[in-house]
Design a protein around this ligand. Sequence first.
Ligand code: NAD
Length: 501
Amino acid sequence: MTQTLEAPKVKVDRKWQLWIGGKFQDGASERTLINPADGKPLCKVAEADKKQTEAAIKAARKAFDEGPWPRMTALERAQFLFKLADKIDEHAEELAELETLNGGKPLREAKYDMGDAANCFRYYAGLVTKPTGQAIDVPAPSITTVVREPIGVCAQIIPWNYPLLMGAWKLAPALAAGNCCILKPSEYTPLTAVRLAEILQELELPEGVVNIVLGDGPTVGNTLAESKLVDKVAFTGSVRTGKAVAAAALGNLKKVTLELGGKSPMVVFSDFDVDTAVDYALFAIYCNSGQVCSAGSRLLVEEPMYDKFVKKFVERAKHIKVGPGMDPETEMGPLVNETQMKRVLEYIEIGQKEGAKLEAGGDQPKGEKYGKGFYVNPTVFTNVKQDMRIVQEEIFGPVVVVQKFKTEEEAIQFANDSDFGLAGAVFSNDVTRAHRVVKALKAGITWVNAYHNTYNECPWGGYKQSGWGRELGTFGLEAYTEVKQININLDPQPVGWFEKK
Ligand code: NAD
């Protein structure tokens, strides 16, 4: 076998511990992580039990109620976050390698994510020092100011598809606003969260301001979601778990934000260049092996272009280079774990049973370089109907359905016929039509003649069952604050409401 893999420079054979109250500690148990590229054990990591999770919550509570972080000026917190962003840049290569070894994505994608994560901290460091309050001229000799204050202790539960980036989306606004946090990475991809803890310690973040608790959902995640000492839970993951988190959070009516799944449409009109549309469509679905909440997993193509589009799309999908993320030649890596791989293969079977036509993929690549890794080839289905499960359910893998539409109205109807409403795109050179269609999409993130561009500056989140609330942009900071009105009487006189005795 020709050895094309870049040897990882990063050391994974080391201790991966919990970080609670500013101290690293072993977990109550250990989990062996598997490298998705070859199916072999990668390393062991600590996992917390309920007691350790509660200790992390108490540490965050103490840090918020008594510690310096919420009492610092916004500028002081911003300065810390700028330093953190620089450290992430400094360690970007190493962090990217960890994400590739741990989650499977091609190194070029992981590198991109690290830059994005650093810039997310920079964005909120900059934003938090800008004035945001209101001063209102109320009647009577009073003045009212409206200020934003941190919510308190925030539990943050994240998935495995963008481990450090999802952590940054949650920690950056929360910390900028003065909150104290407990971050729970996915049990499958905790490595960069531990490295982040080490960086935060090196930068001397006051103890307990951030706690990193590794472990599974039912133990760690649920303890966080239901704790009465937690003021907010921010969750990113599947709809099913999101509903469980929201239910667990009811006990003390803590604030809840949910970033959930999607089944996002990409609508292509025939006036657009077919090759460019095909290129975007490949990027929309196969980036990160389709494990992207906003993936363009439904391609809606106008009838006159449909046949040409499908031919070209299938041809190019078949040529995507699937392989280990550490191989510089690789364009699409494995899925994150065996469960996810089996789930995707099961959906492919369902699609065939439902009567859809398999145009490409549907199988796993064969050869020595794939070892026992969790690969699925880029898969394309045509001849689908709206009520098929492969059209309605989130597969979260490299599987796309291509549908034909005849009119603009039909395109909009297909596009919105979903329980989800995370993202969507329209491709057309007709500016009025592009505007009409994009406005008609029931989705929180939309593009015209583009797909996947995501900005720290712009709100992220979905309509319908794709979630509650928004992350990123000014909306993301607001989601980590309470709003308080302060009424100041400029001429205190007796009220005289009750008669004097
Ligand atoms: P998941 O719901 O299985 O897990 C997400 C997190 O929740 C993990 O940390 C997990 O340990 C934890 N968890 C599991 N059970 C829990 C419980 N009972 N209580 C509390 N926490 C629990 O999701 P996943 O498989 O890790 O990620 C894939 C899903 O995430 C997809 O549906 C995808 O669309 C979604 N996602 C959404 C966005 C977005 O911004 N909208 C971004 C990335 C991923």
